[in-house]
Design a protein around this ligand. Structure first.
Ligand code: 5GP
Length: 191
């Protein structure tokens, strides 16, 4: 998505060789008009695909997932990074290594929010090594539901997670794929 690439170049900040900060429009501060534009683009990419539910992970995946859900007209479920007191009954869990915090957390979601046989679209703001995506796929499988695909705002292609998922047969649609991010220079993958 050309507009996302332009926004990354204009408002993004390279924090290190593998961390991009997009706090001005995607994380921390949210450009809602732009978020909905991204949601509409995901709807276009997955047009004709049956999607019953959208699954993401707290916290920064929620806004993007909600914008996608607005156009796809499916409920959003977000996986929590730790079990909380307001979760009751059976839960699905998956251990995920956090890229940004460099620790392992137990992603948890109540079983009641993903039903057997449903087609689930996994959404997230970033795809790097693919650990968050793999954890969400694991949870969909535990629910005996199907992964309809993965919709990602920013994929850092040089970290390999997206291509590994594609090799496994998953449909991964990323609105921007960064293939190089060095010395203040960002190179996007050509469509
Ligand atoms: P992965 O599990 O694919 O290695 O990393 C994806 C998760 O880590 C996303 O949920 C996202 O929140 C976070 N993440 C990974 N790389 C970045 C990055 O460069 N910038 C930001 N803001 N978050 C990232």
């Amino acid at each position: 998505m050309k507009e996302l690439e332009e926004k990354i170049l204009k408002e993004g900040e390279i924090l290190s060789s593998d961390v991009l900060k997009v706090g001005k429009f995607l994380n921390q501060q949210i450009d809602t008009d732009f978020m909905f534009k991204m949601g509409e683009e995901v709807k276009r990419l997955f047009d004709g695909v049956k999607i019953d539910r959208i699954l993401t992970i707290e916290a920064s995946g929620i806004a993007f997932a909600m914008a996608v859900a607005y156009y796809i007209k499916a409920p959003v479920v977000f996986v929590k990074k730790s079990a909380s007191a307001n979760m009751s009954g059976n839960v699905y869990t998956s251990e995920i290594k956090s890229f940004t915090h460099n620790k392992v957390f137990r992603a948890t979601v109540s079983c009641e929010y993903i039903k057997e046989g449903e087609n689930v679209l996994i959404c997230d703001d970033f795809l790097a090594e693919g650990n968050a995506a793999e954890g969400l796929i694991d949870i969909v499988r535990q629910a005996k539901a199907n992964v309809a695909g993965l919709a990602i705002a920013v994929e850092k292609g040089f970290q390999g997670g997206g291509d590994r998922l594609r090799e496994k047969g998953f449909r991964v649609e990323s609105l921007a794929v960064i293939d190089e991010m060095e010395k203040g220079n960002i190179v996007f993958r050509k469509a």
